[in-house]
Design a protein around this ligand. Structure first.
Ligand SMILES: *Cc1c(COP(=O)(O)O)cnc(C)c1O
Length: 461
């Protein structure tokens, strides 16, 4: 037998402790999802086998991070863990002034309150739920300037997170720079399926915004994953380290909001970082209203210590190769089964195209919400909806009808094994085989804000 010569990625860590999982029966799962109003967010985690709801705050910390937790300096003011975190952010990301927050949306709240005034337009490379809501609550309106390919689940563009400068320029011409406080750039765009922005595009938008005096704020929640794709796909970056690429990305922006619960490998935490002293001063003043003193921002000292260590670990080439490699493994398995997924395979999860999976359901019958519930019933794998429910309503009350109607399989960092990935793909295929008999859902409870978290549904007959 001939074997092809190859060298697989493998996890650059080994297990020191394990968490036992509960296995459930199909009747138990049918009852659980019904009780949860067919919303996977409302399931109890004790009823979940493999949890792909989110990669937010679900990473496994390293022994080093756990050791750091014991070094928490729980002083109310001026904790030494804060200074360690501040140093790590300055060293690895290059931003000057730092305010810790309890998580990403805390930073978004501060930033939006400080920088946005009534009637402003905030361009961004696709919306993110909490980001856009904070912009709207501050009186602004989000404007999508991502390239068209990002809205097309079939496009295999290598940098679907890129900004379309023509769209940006049209906004500047229409509203004038005075009404555009900043351009919001997300790295590895979550809502597009974990798709990266290229360094080339970043340079171009930096040149454009400099010319017009517009700031760039970086949603850097997934910056390390984005750096990996630049290293793999963009000319001249093959031999650059993730660390150097991340530093360069940040250098083209004026500030950042970070949910450290994602790439930075902690269970809770985030920050706002800016280079502009005036913005910093105002945000530092506001943080005491919403989060806590500016040297802890809603976090314990130990959380800041774990974040400082996690930031450095997240920038290791071996870590990110295995992280994204695991997603690629799952995605390729899905494709072998013929399951329609968003391509190219993203950095933090697999996005199944629910419109193609369940073509007999209209978008008003919530195909992605339906599919997430069906997969849970099949195997106890918990995924989530990223479609019409997540998109919510416009300020005028009408539903957004997003082009993408997806189920997100988000993989926590350093948590599951390749065998788990096999089970996930096998279960999705089982649902795929029986898809014609699947009925849609009706929404019976709709919360006012971020409805996808708490909405409830009933099965259509
Ligand atoms: C998670 C996330 C946020 C919000 O962060 P939280 O820590 O959940 O508040 C903002 N932007 C992006 C791209 C995210 O993925």
């Amino acid at each position: 037998m001939k074997h092809p010569v190859k060298r697989s990625w493998a996890e650059p860590y080994k297990m020191k402790m394990v968490e036992l999982l509960k296995m459930t029966s199909r009747p138990e799962r049918i009852k659980a999802i019904k009780d949860a109003g067919y919303n996977t967010f409302l399931l109890n985690s004790k009823d979940v086998y493999i949890d792909l709801l989110t990669d937010s705050g679900t990473s496994a910390m390293s022994d080093n991070q756990w050791a750091g937790m014991m070094m928490g300096d729980e002083a109310y003011a001026g904790s030494r863990n804060f200074f360690k975190l501040e140093k790590a952010i300055q060293k690895f990301y290059g931003y000057k002034y730092i305010i810790p927050t309890h998580q990403g949306r805390g930073a978004e709240n501060l930033l939006s309150k400080v920088m946005i005034k009534q009637g402003d337009i905030i361009p961004g490379n696709m919306y993110f739920t909490t980001t856009r809501l904070h912009q709207e609550l501050a009186g602004g309106t989000f404007a999508d300037v991502i390239i068209d390919e990002a809205h097309n689940a079939n496009s295999t563009h290598p940098f679907k997170g890129n900004v379309d400068l023509k769209k940006m320029d049209a906004l500047v011409k229409k509203y004038g720079v005075k009404r555009i406080p900043y351009l919001c750039i997300a790295t590895n765009v979550n809502m597009a399926g974990g798709q990266p922005i290229s360094m080339q595009n970043l340079k171009e938008i930096r040149a454009y915004t400099k010319k017009h005096g517009i700031k760039i704020i970086h949603d850097m929640t997934r910056v390390a994953e984005n750096a990996y794709f630049i290293q793999q796909r963009e000319k001249n970056f093959k031999n650059k380290s993730i660390r150097d690429i991340v530093f360069e990305i940040c250098s083209y922006t004026d500030g950042a909001t970070m949910s450290a619960k994602k790439d930075a490998l902690v269970n809770i935490g985030g920050f706002l970082a800016v280079n502009d002293w005036d913005v910093f001063e105002e945000a530092r003043n506001l943080v005491v209203v919403y989060e806590g003193l500016h040297t802890y921002g809603g976090l314990a000292g130990r959380d800041m210590e774990a974040m400082a260590i996690g930031i450095e670990e997240s920038l290791s080439d071996n870590h990110i190769k295995a992280r994204v490699g695991q997603i690629e493994y799952l995605g390729e398995k899905m494709m072998e089964y013929g399951i329609p997924i968003v391509k190219p395979i993203g950095g933090h999860g697999i996005f199944v195209d629910a419109k193609k999976f369940l073509p007999h359901l209209s978008q008003d019958e919530f195909p992605a919400q339906t599919l997430a519930a069906e997969i849970y019933v099949d195997s106890g794998v918990r995924t989530m909806e990223r479609g019409i429910v997540s998109a919510g309503r416009k300020p005028d009350g009408k539903n957004y009808y997003p082009k993408l109607e997806l189920v997100r399989f988000t993989v926590p960092r350093r948590v599951y094994t390749q065998a788990h990935m096999d089970v996930i793909a096998e279960s999705t295929f089982n649902v795929y085989k029986n898809r014609k008999s699947i009925k849609g859902l009706k929404m019976v409870y709709e919360p006012k804000y971020l409805r996808f978290f708490q909405a409830r549904f009933k099965k259509l007959k």
